[in-house]
Design a protein. Structure first.
Length: 90
């Protein structure tokens, strides 16, 4: 995945689709242009890039030890947008 202009995060489409309603819709349906791209461009606010990486980490590990008082609101916002509902419950 391409975050912004320079940062990249590697993730498997299957993992993204299992955990995220939004990624599932984007990657499994032909009506979205992203479904055929090799590298998925993702628009993430500059201040939320680290939290986006934490969300991806959660999808792979299920661990939430990165949640702090400083990043919890950004994580909730991202998990709402991407449909990673279980992250909000931890």
């Amino acid at each position: 995945m391409l975050l912004g202009k320079e940062q990249r995060v590697q993730a498997h489409r299957t993992v993204l689709c299992v955990w995220s309603d939004t990624f599932r819709a984007m990657l499994e349906h032909d009506r979205w242009a992203e479904s055929s791209l090799k590298e998925l461009p993702i628009e993430v606010e500059e201040g939320e890039i680290e939290c986006f990486k934490y969300m991806i980490q959660y999808m792979y590990t299920g661990e939430t030890d990165f949640i702090t008082g400083e990043n919890i609101l950004a994580l909730i916002s991202l998990s709402n947008y991407y449909g990673v509902h279980s992250l909000k419950g931890n």
